[in-house]
Design a protein around this ligand. Structure first.
Ligand code: SME
Length: 162
């Protein structure tokens, strides 16, 4: 399914107030993993309060041992510090990489900003070598913006939050 066709599904689940926030995040992981063939593991990590570490919050795919990742470690930990997307076409070429499964060939991590602060990230593992393009980056940035909107709803235009 194309990214364009998936956007309404993602929006709908994130806006569903009948679901808990964690269930909506789980839904996004499931939708992405089930509909995008090169997404074999999809997860959201979030900063653990004031600690310089990430906690795995929701994921779709095989369970991983890496539910806590210190800032600076692995692709995820580097993105927590750099605030930049990190696209890895070949994970074997990375020195600072945390392997979750021998099947994984490539990875993309995109930071999630709430009110300008890097609070977490979406992490995609792929069993296909070099599958990611700028289209994935733009789509995942869009997904994270929608998640940020759910986590920190903005007042309607013209109304002050004060
Ligand atoms: N490979 C990641 C660790 C998380 S797993 O992909 C689920 C990393 O290097 O940070």
């Amino acid at each position: 399914m194309t990214f364009k066709a998936l956007k309404p599904q993602v929006s709908t689940i994130l806006k569903d107030k009948n679901l808990k926030v964690d269930d909506r995040l789980q839904g996004v992981c499931d939708i992405l993993k089930e509909n995008i063939p090169h997404y074999n593991w999809v997860g959201f990590y979030f900063k653990n309060g004031d600690k310089a570490e990430l906690l795995l919050r929701k994921f779709a795919g095989k369970p991983t041992d890496h539910t806590v990742i210190p800032f600076g470690r692995g692709i995820c930990g580097q993105v927590a510090l750099s605030n930049q997307n990190f696209m890895v076409p070949d994970v074997t070429a990375q020195d600072n990489y945390i392997a979750c499964s021998i099947d994984v060939k490539s990875e993309i991590v995109v930071p999630l900003f709430v009110n300008g602060e890097n609070v977490g990230q979406i992490d995609i593992d792929s069993n296909t070598p070099d599958p990611f393009t700028e289209e994935d980056e733009r789509f995942l940035e869009w997904v994270n913006e929608q998640v940020a909107g759910m986590l920190s709803p903005q007042p309607p235009k013209g109304e002050s939050s004060l």
